[in-house]
Write a protein that binds this ligand. Sequence first.
Ligand code: NAI
Ligand code: MG
Length: 356
Amino acid sequence: MKIAILPGDGIGPEITAQAVKVLKALGESFEMESAEVGGAGYAAHGHPLPEKTLALAKAADAVLFGAVGDYQYDSLARALRPEQAILGLRKELGLFANLRPAILYPELAGASTLKPEVVSGLDILIIRELTGDIYFGKPRGVRECPDGPFAGQREGFDTMRYAEGEIRRIAHVAFQAARKRGSRVTSVDKANVLETFQFWRDIVTEVHKDYQDVELEHMYVDNAAMQLVRAPKKFDVIVTGNMFGDILSDAAAMLTGSIGMLPSASLDAGNKGLYEPSHGSAPDIAGKGVANPLATILSAAMMLRFSLGKAEQADRIENAVKAVLAQGLRTPDIFEEGTTRVGTEQMGDAVVNALA
Ligand code: NAI
Ligand code: MG
């Protein structure tokens, strides 16, 4: 099995090194090859997604991605900015399903801005469709308004659309994930107002016929936003479109209060995926050895589970992360009185030790 390692820039290389260390410690014979991406790609080859890097990602069974977006590249033209690398990879690899677990480890209950009883033990999975919806629909632009009280003025417009096959494939991902977790899917839409999302609801309901062991509920997005902060533990798997998912997944991430803990997966129609922490390249702490590597280590666990067929090894990593938290080890972002402050490398080493 071949894994493409794309550390990126900012804290990317530091945190990715810890995840690679953990993968190596599993004792499996993975073939790992690294390439530059983002600011590192620009620095080495003049482009955020060099051809060699894209070819490596395409040839690999899975991609482990660090982070991109160091401020030193801010003044570059948009097409050369580090963030173009992640957009390019999603498009080139057909990564249409974005999975973001929001888990609050009991030891970190104090890190959330919500009351501990509302969030402690939280374990939900948000699945966001990533390549369709109003973000990509055409036509779009600014034109002369054709009707209504503002006729003749300029208007901005976008097109919301979802093809049946696009809805089907994300629904399958959601039901399969829920089946593994043994519970329920909440499909979030706006079927009361939008044709696109009435269609979404109809198709999700149809796909559900293949998954009668999984419970399905439908919820309007405004209510879902409310429920996420009121009683987030009532959710299990949430599946939704690109725009609603963009907003809800960021809200869900903050329930846990610690961006340094949250992994993500972006999957294609087969088993291939790109795995990365939910956070960015944190230029403010890059090179200081203090970044929390756990989101990246947990992303590697997701990679083992979803792309490499190694669920047991994924469990091992996740249990090791729980163990180091139970030992009281904390990087500065999750530090609290009475715990032990460690750096990026020490945290990686502690996870390796806890694997045993
Ligand atoms: P960010 O996630 O990089 O940082 C936000 C805050 O969280 C900062 O204070 C940072 O120090 C802290 N933080 C993030 N990850 C951490 C970790 N592992 N351990 C400890 N603290 C951590 O978001 P920000 O500042 O909005 O963006 C910085 C750059 O990253 C931007 O150029 C942005 O475009 C890019 N970015 C890249 C992403 C990616 O590579 N997929 C995703 C999000 C942002
Ligand atoms: Mg977002």
